[in-house]
Structures are given as C-alpha cells and as structure tokens.
Ligand binder design. Structure first.
Ligand code: DGP
Length: 114
C-alpha cells in the first residue's frame, strides 16, 4: 500500500533496523522502544488490522510468532522471557495500520498494561 510506512520499510523506500526477514515476514527494531529490546514482526503483505485476517492468513500469522521466537533467541531473551503484543484499532492503541507484533524483552514486564 503506497501510503503505508511499514510497506515502505518492506520495499526499502525508508530505512529500518532489520533484525530478520524471510519470504513472508520482516522484523525491525521499533523507533520508540518500550524495553531494552523491542522489535516489530510484520507480514510483508499489507494487512491493516487483526480484523482483516482471513482464513488463508492462518499460516502467515503462525510465521509471525515463529519469527518472534527465532529473533528472541538471537537477542538472548528466550529463557529470560519477553512479551508479544498486537494492538488493534484505536482502543487497542494501534497507530500504524499494517499489523505488527511487538516483541519486547530484557526487562521485567508488568500486568495489567496501561
Ligand atoms: P502501534 O501503536 O501498536 O501501532 O505501534 C506502532 C509502533 O511503530 C510504535 O511503537 C512506533 C513504531 N514506528 C512507527 N513508525 C516507525 C518507523 O518509521 N520505523 C520504525 N522502526 N518504527 C516505527
């Protein structure tokens, strides 16, 4: 999608600190990190929100989590732990409408979230 900032990171039109990619998935460090390690895992194809997932995306959704655990191990936080969050629309706190899995670690998380 031409006006989507994350599609522009996928295409290389704007830079991203990329930590992982394969045919379907890209992961890069968050511009505004909320933890010592904070990266975003996105599908390369544009999907706006969780509400737009289709049954045929089931494998792709799984790949986001498989990438998350691979990178978490690379970052040395698989054993210490980390948090995965996917926000949806305004009340969920979603600001970029290209779905992304936040993966945050290397600090103790609290619950409930704000
Ligand atoms: P959310 O609020 O769930 O939609 O999270 C969007 C995240 O995207 C937020 O943590 C900041 C991050 N972000 C926004 N623009 C950019 C960008 O251009 N580059 C990178 N690396 N991260 C971005």
């Amino acid at each position: 999608m031409s006006d989507c900032i994350f599609c522009k990171i996928v295409s290389g039109d704007i830079p991203g600190d990329i930590v992982y990619q394969d045919d379907d998935v890209l992961a890069f460090r968050d511009l505004s990190p909320q933890a010592p390690v904070h990266f975003l895992v996105i599908p390369k194809k544009h999907i706006s929100t969780i509400n737009d997932f289709q049954p045929e995306d089931a494998s792709l959704v799984g790949k986001l989590f498989l990438a998350a655990k691979t990178i978490a191990k690379q970052e040395g936080m698989d054993e210490s732990g980390y948090r995965c969050v996917m926000n949806c629309n305004d009340d969920g706190g979603q600001t970029v409408h290209h779905i992304h899995l936040h993966v945050m670690g290397k600090r103790q998380m609290t619950w409930p979230p704000g």
